[in-house]
Design a protein around this ligand. Structure first.
Ligand code: HDD
Length: 688
C-alpha cells in the first residue's frame, strides 16, 4: 500500500490561483484548481506494483501542463536576455515632440529591455558572429513605446519584401539543418552577394561590432528614420541612438569561439552578474534631428535603412538616459513572453515612409499571435501598459479581464438609464500627423532611384576603422568565405568587395588564395565620404568600471598581493573571480584559506578582460605543465590583455615563451592593471 500522508490544513489555502504567484514556503501544494495535494512523489496505482489509474487527476494535470510548457520560439531573435530598468528625461524637447516622456527633466518611467542574437535558436550560444537585437519597451503614461532596434545602425535589406528571403538564407540550411547560429555558409553568402544593398550591413557584420564583449558595451540604434511631432503638429525627422556609458568593447574572433565552448551563456551571465553586483549598465538616449530640406540635399535617402547619417553631419543630441537595474524574476513570464511591436508609438512619435519600417509594422503584431497564441498577449504583465487602458475589445483566448456592464460598443446611450457607457476617443489621443511632402502618386511596385548607391557608405565604414579593426574585417571575410563551398559565390562576393575598397578585396582574395575577379558593375558609382570616427570602436574605447578580472592563484600565493589587488579592483568597481587548480581554493602564504570561484579549466582567460597571476615560483613550475594553465596564460597574452604577475606568474609567462611588455605589470602595481582593464595591447600580435 502507498504510504498516506495527512492533508495540510484547508485554512492555509491561498486565495484562488489567478493572481497567486508568490510560492510561499510551507503553503499547501494544490492542483491548478486549488485542490490540496497530499503526495507529490507517487502516482495512483492499483496495488503497490500495479498499473497507474486513469483517474489520477493529480498526475495527469501535472504531466499535461508540463507537456505544453514550451511555446514557439521567435522566428528571429530567439535567443535573448531581458532586464528591467528606467528611462529618465535629462533634456526635455517639447519644441520637437509632445511625447510625454520627453517633457519634464528628471521624470522617470519604467522600461524593459531585451538583448538578443538574430539567427540562432533559443538554445544556441551567445557569442556567434551576428547582429544583436536591442529592443526597449518604454512604459510611458500615454502607452507603451517600443523602440525595436539593433546594435548596428543599418540593415541588410531596403524593403520588407526581402525579409523572409534574408532570414531563410541565414538560418540553418533547409535540407541539412545546419549550421546553427552562423552566417558562415553557402546560402547566406549566396543571398548577400546577389543583393548589393546588403554590402554595408555585411561590412558591419564582419567587423568587431558583431562580436560584442558584453551587451553592456554595445550601442543601440533605432535604425529607421522616425518622425517627431510637437503640439503644433510640426514635424522633424529623427534617428534614435543608445550610447553606452560603459563605452564600446568587442572580443576577438578567437576569443568568441573559445567563449562559446567555455560559457555559451556568456553574455546573459555577464548581464546577470553585473546587475547582481550593482554595476547597473547605463545608456544615453540621443537623437539626430533633421528636416526635409536637409534630407533632400543628401546623396542618400534618409528612408533607406541601409544608410547612416554620419554623426559628423548631424551630431547626436543627448536627451535622456536608461539604467537597467533589475533582472527579471521569471525568465519565461517576462523575457520569453515580452512582445515588442514597432507599431507601439505614442502621441508625438510617428512613422516615416521607410519601406522596411512599413513592413515591420505588420509583421510584429502578426507574429505575437502565433508565438503567444492569443490576441490578448497585451494582458501578459510584461506587455501590459502601466497607464490606464480601456476599449471595447472583448473576449478572445486567455481573456483575463472580467469586464463589467454591457457597454461593448460605441456609440451607446446607456448612460441615460444610469449604466456605464465606457471610454470615448479624445482629441488628445494619437493622431497620425498630416504629411504634406507626399505627392499624389501612382501605385508602383518599385525601388526608389535614391536607394541605388550601395557602396559609398560601405567604403565609409571600412575607411573609418583603425588598421587593427580593418584587419579584423578582412579576417572575418576570409573566415566566412572559407566556409562557403560554392566557388562562384566566393568570387561574386569578391566582385562586390571591389566596389567597396580595392585593398580590402585584394586582402580577402589573398586570404582565400584566390585571384580577384572582375568587379561587379555597381548600380550607382560609389563616391568617397569623409571618414567618421564614430564608426570605430577603438577610436572611442571603453570604461573600466563593470569589467571582470580573473585572478589565478596557487598555494603559497602572497596574501598581501591578493588583498591589494582585490581592494584596487573594488575601488575601481571592477569585478573579479578567483581561479585555482581546484575549486576548494588555496592556502595563502600566511596559512589562511582563499576559496576559489572557479576551477581553472572552467574559467579560461577568455572569460575575463584582464588577468592576474599570483603564484609561487615552485607552484608555477608545477602548474605550467597543466594545459588549462598554459591556455589561461597564452590566450590572455595573445588576446592582447593586461596581465599582472607575481614572480611565479612571470615564470609562467616565460615558460610559454611570452615576452614581458607594457601590458605585463608587476602584481604590486595593482593600479597599472586597473588602468589597462578595458584596453588591449594590439602590437602584441600581428593583426593580419
Ligand atoms: Fe525584426 C524580432 C529588430 C527588421 C520581423 N526584430 C525582432 C527583435 C529585434 C528586431 C530587436 C527582437 C525583439 C525581442 O527581443 O523580442 N528587425 C529589427 C530591426 C530591423 C528588423 C532593427 C530592421 C531595421 N524584423 C525586420 C523586418 C521584419 C521583422 C523587415 C519583417 C518584415 N522581427 C520580426 C519578427 C520578430 C522580430 C518576425 C520575431 C519575434 C518578434 O518579432 O517579436 O516579427
Amino acid at each position: 500500500m502507498a504510504k498516506h500522508t495527512s492533508n495540510p490544513s484547508h485554512n492555509a489555502l491561498p486565495q484562488g490561483s489567478g493572481g497567486e504567484t508568490q510560492q510561499r514556503g510551507g503553503c499547501p501544494l494544490t492542483t491548478n484548481h486549488g485542490v490540496p495535494i497530499s503526495d507529490n512523489q507517487n502516482s495512483l496505482k492499483l496495488g503497490t506494483r500495479g498499473p497507474t489509474l486513469l483517474e489520477d487527476f493529480v498526475l495527469r494535470e501535472k504531466i499535461f501542463h508540463f507537456d505544453h510548457e514550451r511555446i514557439p520560439e521567435r522566428i528571429v531573435h530567439a535567443r535573448g536576455t531581458g532586464v528591467h530598468g528606467y528611462f529618465e528625461c535629462t533634456q526635455p524637447i517639447p519644441e520637437l515632440t509632445k511625447a510625454s516622456l520627453f517633457q519634464k527633466k528628471g521624470e522617470r518611467i519604467p522600461v524593459f529591455c531585451r538583448f538578443s542574437t538574430v539567427a540562432g535558436s533559443k538554445g544556441s550560444k551567445d557569442t556567434p558572429r551576428d547582429v544583436r537585437g536591442f529592443a526597449v519597451k518604454l512604459y510611458t503614461n500615454e502607452g507603451n513605446w517600443d523602440l525595436v532596434g539593433n546594435n548596428m545602425p543599418v540593415f541588410f535589406i531596403q524593403d520588407a519584401m526581402k525579409f523572409p528571403d534574408l532570414i531563410h538564407a541565414v538560418k540553418p540550411e533547409a535540407d541539412r539543418g545546419f549550421p546553427q547560429a552562423a552566417s558562415a555558409h553557402d546560402t547566406f553568402w549566396d543571398f548577400v552577394s546577389l543583393m548589393p544593398e546588403s554590402t554595408h550591413t555585411v561590412m558591419w557584420l564582419m567587423s568587431d561590432r558583431a562580436l560584442p564583449r558584453s551587451f553592456r558595451t554595445m550601442e543601440g540604434f533605432g535604425v529607421h528614420t522616425f518622425i517627431l511631432v510637437n503640439e503644433k503638429d510640426e514635424t522633424h525627422f529623427v534617428k534614435f541612438h543608445w550610447k553606452p556609458k560603459q563605452g564600446l568593447q568587442s572580443t576577438l574572433w578567437d576569443e568568441a569561439v573559445k567563449i562559446s565552448g567555455a560559457d555559451p551563456d556568456y553574455l546573459r551571465r555577464d548581464m546577470y552578474e553585473a546587475i547582481q553586483a550593482g554595476h547597473f549598465p547605463e545608456w544615453e538616449l540621443g537623437i539626430q534631428v533633421f528636416d526635409k530640406e536637409w534630407a533632400d540635399q543628401q546623396p542618400y535617402d534618409v528612408l533607406d535603412a541601409t544608410k547612416i547619417i554620419p554623426e559628423e553631419d548631424i551630431p547626436v543630441k543627448v536627451i535622456g538616459r536608461m539604467v537597467l537595474d533589475r533582472y527579471p524574476d521569471n525568465f519565461f513570464a517576462e523575457t520569453e513572453q515580452v512582445a515588442f511591436l514597432p507599431t507601439n508609438v505614442v502621441p508625438g512619435i510617428d512613422f516615416s515612409n521607410d519601406p522596411l519600417l512599413q513592413g515591420r509594422l505588420f509583421s510584429y503584431l502578426d507574429t505575437q499571435k502565433s508565438r503567444l497564441g492569443t490576441t490578448n498577449f497585451h494582458q501578459i504583465p510584461v506587455n501590459a501598459p502601466k497607464c490606464p487602458m480601456h476599449n471595447f475589445q472583448r473576449d478572445g483566448m486567455m481573456q483575463t479581464h472580467v469586464f463589467k456592464g454591457r457597454a461593448t460598443y460605441e456609440p451607446n446611450s446607456l448612460d441615460e438609464v444610469g449604466e456605464e457607457t465606457g471610454p470615448r476617443a479624445s482629441e488628445q489621443g494619437f493622431t497620425t500627423v498630416a504629411r504634406h511632402d507626399i505627392e499624389p502618386a501612382e501605385k508602383l511596385r518599385v525601388r526608389a532611384e535614391a536607394f541605388a548607391d550601395h557602396f559609398s557608405q560601405s567604403r565609409l565604414f571600412y575607411r573609418s576603422q583603425t588598421p587593427v579593426e580593418q584587419a579584423h574585417i578582412i579576417a572575418g571575410f576570409v573566415f566566412e568565405l572559407s566556409k562557403v563551398q560554392l566557388d562562384h559565390v566566393r568570387l561574386r562576393m569578391l566582385g562586390q568587395l571591389l566596389n567597396v575598397d580595392k585593398e580590402l578585396a585584394q586582402a580577402v582574395a589573398d586570404g582565400l588564395g584566390l585571384d580577384l575577379p572582375a568587379p561587379i558593375p555597381a548600380a550607382k558609382e560609389p563616391f568617397d565620404m569623409p571618414p567618421s570616427d564614430a564608426l570605430s570602436i577603438l577610436k572611442r574605447g571603453g570604461a573600466v568600471a563593470g569589467r571582470c578580472v580573473g585572478i589565478l592563484v596557487s598555494d603559497g600565493a602572497d596574501k598581501k598581493a591578493v588583498q591589494q589587488l582585490q581592494q584596487a579592483l573594488d575601488k575601481a568597481k571592477v569585478m573579479y573571480k578567483v581561479v585555482a587548480e581546484k575549486v576548494g581554493g588555496v592556502t595563502l602564504n600566511d596559512g589562511s584559506h582563499l576559496k576559489a570561484d572557479e576551477k581553472i579549466d572552467g574559467a579560461p582567460s577568455v572569460l575575463f578582460d584582464a588577468v592576474a597571476l599570483i603564484l609561487t615560483p615552485e607552484e608555477a613550475k608545477r602548474l605550467a605543465k597543466l594545459k588549462p594553465v598554459q591556455d589561461f596564460v597564452s590566450d590572455a597574452y595573445n588576446h592582447c590583455k593586461a596581465i599582472a604577475h607575481s614572480d611565479g606568474g612571470l615564470a609562467l609567462l616565460k615558460n610559454q615563451q611570452l615576452q614581458p611588455d607594457a601590458f605585463t605589470v608587476d602584481i604590486n602595481d595593482a593600479q597599472a592593471l586597473v588602468s589597462k582593464v578595458s584596453e588591449r595591447l594590439w602590437e602584441r600580435v600581428p593583426q593580419s
